[in-house]
Design a protein around this ligand. Structure first.
Ligand code: ATP
Ligand code: MG
Length: 385
């Protein structure tokens, strides 16, 4: 998406450059006697029209708004989706209140994230919208705002197929696996079988492997469900400090067993809009990793802080760290830096893939910093309430 936006911006930049420097670049000489007003008319009618014509060939939808959110221009793709009439307010076509607020924010020069919305015309469409403020007034005499719209309907159909497949296979595997596990546990408790040294050696391995497989199937099911819900925005008011306190409590025993000290630096009023269960899953995964990949007598420091409109939660450990070349891969599903180490601590490499999707569902941002043999810090930046 970002690449596409950059390409569009480059095209627009080049066209604007030609528009501004037309005398030199195109060899067109502006009549010295013409008033500034007349030059503006030439620019607005001819050159702007050429640019608008070109934008009509771009398969992505482009809508340009003036400061009152009236539509100044919409290209062919956008017209196909929305049957737009110029000079009408965008709210008549895209009624999503969050999108309208973001457009206002963009006009105020604030950074806004991409939007995904669903519209129901003749068919259901899933659209991704990038908002960009034309601060240099390249297209209009005052600031105008661009909406770059990409149709992701086919992509989501494919995602749905993939998720359904994974969910069905996982579900079908679950039942026979449960029977196998139950059978193994029955054998394990049978004194006759326990007397057989071979069975005695093999049974614990078979049980632990079937538990691993059970965890894997649970994580796969959870990941496919999360992927499908990623575009649904959470709606509840959540105090992150209270929620993290709750997660830490569930780890008290494991922390003391591993002789790891956990420090939580809190602040007041740490509220965001979120989904409680999913936020619990995010911090459970992060704390779980910090414990799994730290040695005894180390510390984990969780810090909550505010920075403008953001609430930032950092989870920092003094563990084994992640090699530089692997940092960008650790949110990939099934990726583990050292598979034998992960296996020995019960990891399947799905935890951070799940976290990545949940963070994105909260429109939050995750940054990972790590130094091998020194530790890892993961920051998550949420929009505060
Ligand atoms: P799962 O979370 O599914 O039980 P996992 O912990 O192996 O398994 P992820 O949480 O996705 O999987 O992490 C992926 C990999 O990233 C880990 O296997 C580990 O190599 C590395 N990693 C993640 N967090 C840390 C950390 N805090 N310190 C060092 N390495 C880490
Ligand atoms: Mg993990």
């Amino acid at each position: 998406m970002e690449l596409l936006t950059i390409i569009l911006l480059i095209i627009i930049g080049i066209l604007a450059f030609l528009l501004l420097k037309k005398e030199k670049v195109l060899g067109i000489k502006t009549d010295e006697n013409k008033t500034e007003e007349q030059v503006k008319v030439i620019e607005s009618k001819d050159y702007r029209k050429n640019i608008y014509d070109l934008l009509n060939y771009i398969p992505e939808g482009i809508i340009i708004l003036d400061k009152s959110k009236k539509i100044i221009f919409s290209n062919n793709s956008a017209n196909n989706w929305f049957q737009i009439k110029l000079n009408e307010n965008i709210s008549g076509y895209l009624r999503n209140p969050d999108l309208l607020i973001s457009i206002d924010k963009a006009f105020d020069g604030k950074k806004v994230t991409d939007f995904e919305i669903e519209i129901r015309n003749q068919a259901v469409l899933r659209l991704n919208i990038t908002i960009y403020l034309d601060q240099n007034n390249l297209f209009f005499d005052e600031n105008s705002c661009f909406l770059f719209i990409r149709d992701l309907t086919e992509f989501y159909k494919f995602q749905q197929l993939k998720s359904d497949f994974v969910a069905n296979v996982s579900h079908e595997l679950r039942t026979p696996l449960q029977s196998i596990k139950m059978g193994l546990e029955t054998f394990e408790n049978n004194p006759d079988i326990k007397q057989n040294s071979e069975a005695n050696n093999l049974l614990p391995i078979m049980i632990s492997q079937s538990e691993r497989m059970e965890n894997l199937i649970r994580d796969l099911l959870s990941l496919s469900k999360i992927e499908l819900q990623e575009h649904i925005r959470p709606t509840h008011e959540i105090d992150l400090v209270e929620l993290i306190d709750y997660v830490i409590k569930t780890y008290e025993k494991i922390l003391s067993k591993n002789k790891i000290k956990l420090i939580f630096n809190k602040i007041d009023n740490c509220k965001i809009i979120g989904d409680r269960d999913k936020l619990i899953e995010i911090f459970t995964n992060l704390i779980d990793n910090s414990i799994k990949y730290s040695d005894k007598n180390k510390e984990i420091i969780i810090t909550a802080k505010k920075d403008g409109d953001l609430v930032i939660i950092s989870v920092a450990d003094q563990g084994i760290g992640i090699p530089k070349e692997s940092i960008h891969r650790i949110t990939e599903r099934f990726f583990t830096v050292d598979p034998s180490k992960s296996r020995s601590v019960g990891g399947t490499g799905l935890g951070l893939a799940i976290v990545k999707h949940l963070v994105s569902q909260h429109r939050a941002e995750m940054n990972i910093n790590s130094i091998e043999n020194q530790g890892t810090t993961i920051d998550i930046k949420f929009n505060s309430l």
